[in-house]
Design a protein around this ligand. Structure first.
Ligand SMILES: Cc1cc2nc3c(=O)[nH]c(=O)nc-3n(C[C@H](O)[C@H](O)[C@H](O)COP(=O)(O)OP(=O)(O)OC[C@H]3O[C@@H](n4cnc5c(N)ncnc54)[C@H](O)[C@@H]3O)c2cc1C
Length: 509
């Protein structure tokens, strides 16, 4: 083993046994490489000794993808190089190159002075770029701008034998479902892609596979199972000229859903969709608003949230990016008219007409998951066996109402405490069940399992943005079937013949 780069495990590294899922693993060695060459050396060393490797970015993942199952923890958080901003005149694109340990906040700081923007901001700004690409993360703006996948121009990937793949978007495509990838050592990795079809919804479940696909896409969302991402080039765009938004409070969930369907372009009751497509459409059910009311009155950390009036039942937050302040004003006036047709008063809407005002609406958006985590951490002190049960499932748009009815009916019948919030624009809601006891936790899991089955029947995805990690591999099999899982394993073997990279992630051990 390379003693300069690999350290035997000791208790001082205990934090590196867990991620934000709160699952705890085990490890025998740890390494904190600084460069791609270091990663290659470490990987070659583990290959000689047959040691498993779990790659970590910032460990903000919530499906235990970065939680080790023995072997070596390869923590990339010290790989911090950020390159210059580059203009590719031929493609008409701007980009920045970063090492995998650079955080989202550091990328934002680096591009801010140039008036540039990286849209698929996945909320948690301490996440690393490598982790965001490995998980194909997405955020509220992904409704318009897509997930991280759409913003990756090129990658370096260190394979399990230390060989390297350098892939640029648009350079290597599969032929149907077969592919051939040249490595830096001159080897060719050839093979067949799995035969499954991905659902036509937002999804971060399993390998991205499509006919004639750009092979770069295979490595975005692979959750560290095919290689270690050591360099990332991200596409950037100029910041939008005008930004604004509304948080609208409806007297019922039905009214809120009707509004959502109209703003995302459906014809409902003769209402006219806005001329500009929103960049985000987010939802908060009545339980989510009640939780915020409670947290605001009990905890000073939530004191800055504006007061939520007693008659507010359900909220929808939408955000717009426009070419000019005038275009935005016009749009907001249109929205007021549309809301009055829906019977929503001007006084039941919070307006934001610039970036600063938008910040408080974003803080409101983030307050719900923060409140949930705080509540559950408190409950875990007396009942350590419980965690929140958070769904991350998406359905085709035409099933949005059916999915919401399914969640509401299940929760009503079970009597379990919960909140529902999230990316309703993509028909992707997070149902968070908040158990008070291990018995409630078990019942919540059963409920979740039943929903997952029905979401798959609807043609949805059991993981729209958080990935599979080590916690949702049974759901992945439910979604694609065991033959597809076998094909995914075979694909992994082409890049990692000894199945040493991220054991337990995507497929159970
Ligand atoms: C409060 C909170 C809010 C969140 N909100 C969102 C959200 O809105 N949208 C969303 O998508 N996610 C969200 N997440 C989840 C998480 O932030 C993302 O999944 C993020 O992309 C993980 O990045 P990370 O650097 O922390 O990766 P880690 O947790 O360290 O790793 C995640 C996975 O990627 C692999 N990996 C990491 N780096 C590399 C690399 N360089 N090469 C190969 N594999 C690698 C790991 O092995 C693991 O499987 C949230 C998390 C928290 C705590």
């Amino acid at each position: 083993m390379n003693a300069a780069l690999i350290t035997p495990w000791s208790s001082e590294y205990v934090d590196y046994l867990r991620d934000e899922s709160r699952s705890v693993g085990s490890a025998d060695y740890v390494s904190f490489p600084l460069t791609e060459e270091d990663v290659i050396d470490v990987i070659k060393s583990t290959a000689e000794s047959g040691i498993a490797v779990t790659t970590q970015g910032a460990r903000t993942g919530i499906v235990a993808g970065a939680v080790p199952q023995g072997g070596l923890v390869l923590n990339l958080s010290r790989m911090k190089h950020i390159g210059e901003i580059v203009r590719d005149d031929q493609a008409g694109e701007l980009s920045i190159t970063a090492a995998p340990g650079v955080t989202l906040a550091e990328i934002m700081d680096a591009i801010e002075p140039y008036g540039l923007f990286f849209p698929p901001n996945p909320t948690e700004d301490t996440a690393s770029v490598g982790g965001m690409v490995a998980a194909n993360a997405s955020g509220s703006l992904s409704f318009f701008y897509g997930a991280v996948r759409n913003w990756v121009r090129s990658l370096h990937i260190v394979l399990s034998d230390g060989d390297v793949l350098c892939l640029r978007r648009g350079s290597i495509f599969a032929d149907g479902r077969t592919f051939s990838l040249p490595t830096e050592s001159g080897r060719k990795i050839t093979g067949t892609l799995p035969s499954y079809r991905q659902p036509n919804v937002k999804s971060a479940a399993g390998y991205y596979i499509a006919d004639d696909m750009d092979m770069l896409d295979l490595f975005i969302g692979m959750e560290g199972t095919l290689g270690v991402i050591t360099e990332i080039e991200l596409r950037l765009i100029p910041k939008p000229r005008a930004v604004g938004g509304l948080t609208i409070f409806f007297p019922s969930e039905n009214d809120a859903v009707k509004f959502v369907r109209v703003v995302r372009g459906e014809q409902v009751d003769g209402l006219v969709s806005p001329i500009i497509r929103p960049v985000a459409i987010e939802f908060f059910n009545n339980d989510a608003l009640n939780l915020l009311r409670r947290m605001k009155s009990d905890y000073s950390a939530f004191g800055n949230i504006p007061s939520i009036k007693p008659h507010y039942h359900t909220a929808v937050n939408i955000e717009f990016h426009a070419e000019s302040a005038d275009a935005l004003d016009e749009l907001l006036i249109d929205m007021v008219e549309m809301l009055s047709v829906l019977g929503v008063s001007d006084e039941d809407t919070w307006y934001a007409a610039n970036e600063n005002e938008l910040k408080s609406q974003k803080a409101f958006r983030h307050a719900v998951p923060e409140a949930v985590n705080m509540l559950i951490d408190e409950r875990r002190r007396s009942v350590p066996g419980i965690t929140k049960l958070g769904t991350d499932m998406s359905v085709p748009d035409e099933y949005l109402t059916a999915a919401m009815e399914m969640y509401n009916e299940g929760l009503r019948a079970s009597g379990l405490e919960s909140v529902i919030f999230g990316h309703i624009g993509d028909s992707h809601l997070h149902v968070n069940i908040l158990p008070n006891s291990t018995e409630e936790y078990k019942r919540g899991r059963e409920l979740y399992l039943g929903w997952a089955r029905r979401v798959v029947e609807m043609g949805g995805s059991i993981s729209a943005e958080h990935g599979i990690g080590k916690l949702k591999s049974a759901f992945l099999e439910m979604m694609y079937g065991c033959e597809a899982i076998k094909e995914m394993r075979e694909l992994k073997r082409l890049f990692d013949p000894e199945m040493r990279l991220n054991p337990g992630t995507l497929f159970s051990l």
